[in-house]
Design a protein around this ligand. Structure first.
Ligand code: F0G
Length: 440
């Protein structure tokens, strides 16, 4: 950079603390008060907002993965890496924004678009955060990285760690992660440890290990991960011609992504890249909805974790989300709302998204289910411009999908109806019989 360099720092998010640290320290929380940390910048864009937008777009057609990446082509908005030759990338991002007529109709909207993060290299939005998180691991000279995961984080971290020649340790709740994701972590060479407990147990243990050992923690408590995930919102605004929609709808689990969206929208507005901030709607599964409960309670600081979170949408089966305070801030910045949905609503919404020829894993479908409720209750108007983020690929959890379509899906002995089922038909290898069956 020829101009004055933008300086990146870490800062505690607690308004009565705000202690600042340099980015070359391996920190996840504030040493003074234990608060979460933000990466903050004294932004110094090389050009005005209009010209920056042209530069971002132009890079998309470049030949190198670094230039083309849907994260690094926006690097002036996450300028914490001094030497971009160290960036670890799989050309992530640049995911499609699909229109979806059936889903819109199902939700009671005139139109609806899906930003499909399942189209990333390892099949989820985590790749946006891992490219920055693993790059920071390299900047810090780490030799091993670790995460707790319900599937997507582990697959993504394993892939990026493999690219960077780092040892990868993955902690998953035993027997609770989808096979599609476990297979990826194994194939990318990570060491997989199955913990006899749930995600929150795995998270607690890996946090303790990261304090006591040299392991670099790559869950979303790591503020550098969230910097990469900001690019999902930035790219979405670019795809909208920098005209913000009325609503952005996200599933909420550990609440890192909601936090990243809040920060991105806030910064883009401050930098004059957008002239209004869309409202965020965070959707949780009923059995794992501590943020919903918090917002429904009179005291917004009295956060109560769910000790036994329950949902078949394993990606959001989280009772004690680490980033709840950042998510609360995101809701304040965006005048956002939180909704919760049942297992049946998630399952049916997922089948509808499939019928649009798009498809997603269960947590992603919570968005459509939530939009439907928010339209019914008048919070979202039918004519509103709404974009939902599908966070993961349909192929994450084929077992769930097949069970839904064969009406074999249940949670705690409560059966989920295959309202939009599509059963395979079995028939003898006989042409006449097949013609009869198919009315040909
Ligand atoms: N959607 C998908 C597909 C996810 O994998 C996750 C989180 C979320 C939504 C929730 O996002 O935590 O930022 O609110 N998956 C983590 C994992 C827990 O281990 O893969 P969040």
């Amino acid at each position: 950079m020829t101009r004055r360099e933008t300086i990146a720092r870490l800062r505690c998010i607690e308004s009565d603390c705000l202690v600042i640290y340099p980015t070359d320290r391996r920190l996840y929380t504030c040493q003074s008060c234990g608060g979460l940390l933000d990466v903050i910048y004294d932004f110094n864009l090389p050009s005005g907002a209009g010209e920056m937008k042209s530069i971002f777009l132009e890079r998309k057609t470049a030949q190198t993965d670094l230039e083309r990446s849907g994260v690094w082509r926006f690097r002036e908005l996450l300028p914490f890496v001094r030497d971009t030759s160290r960036v670890v990338t799989l050309a992530e991002g640049n995911t499609p924004l699909y229109t979806s007529a059936r889903s819109a109709d199902y939700a009671g909207l005139d139109g609806l678009r899906f930003k499909h993060q399942g189209m990333n290299p390892t099949g989820s939005f985590k790749d946006n955060g891992m490219t920055t998180g693993v790059t920071q691991a390299i900047e810090l000279g780490a030799s091993a990285v670790a995460c707790a995961s319900t599937g997507n984080t582990s697959a993504s971290m394993a892939a990026y760690a493999a690219r960077a020649n780092l040892r990868a340790l993955v902690f998953i709740p035993a027997d609770q992660i989808a096979y599609g994701k476990l297979s990826q972590s194994l194939e990318y060479g990570a060491t997989v440890v199955e913990i006899e407990g749930n995600f929150d147990d795995a998270m607690r243990i890996v946090r303790e290990l990261a304090e006591e050992t040299e392991l670099y923690l790559l869950n979303s408590i790591n503020p550098f991960r969230l910097e990469g995930q900001k690019a999902i919102a930035i790219e979405m605004m670019e795809q909208c011609g920098w005209q913000a929609p009325d609503w952005i709808v996200l599933p909420g689990g550990n609440l890192g992504n909601s936090s990243a969206f809040g920060k991105a929208l806030h910064e883009m507005a401050e930098l004059g890249l957008i002239n209004r901030i869309p409202r965020l709607a965070i959707i949780q599964a009923e059995g794992a909805s501590p943020l919903y409960e918090l917002l429904a309670s009179p005291d917004r600081r009295a956060f109560k974790p769910f000790a036994h979170p329950q949902t078949l949408a394993t990606a959001i089966k989280i009772g004690n989300p680490i980033s709840w305070k950042k998510a609360l801030r995101a809701l304040e910045w965006t005048n956002g709302v939180v909704e919760r949905v049942t297992e049946q609503e998630i399952a049916d919404a997922k089948a509808i998204i499939g019928r649009d020829g798009i498809g997603c894993e269960p947590a992603s479908a919570a968005t459509l289910a939530g939009i439907r409720l928010l339209v019914a209750s008048g919070v979202i108007s039918p004519a509103d411009d709404v974009i939902a983020v599908l966070t993961g690929n349909l192929l994450k959890d084929p077992d769930y999908t097949i069970r839904y379509h064969t009406e074999d899906l249940s949670l705690d002995a409560r059966a989920i109806k295959g309202s939009f089922r599509n059963r395979p038909a079995r028939v003898a290898a006989d042409r006449e019989e097949i013609k009869r069956l198919l009315h040909l």
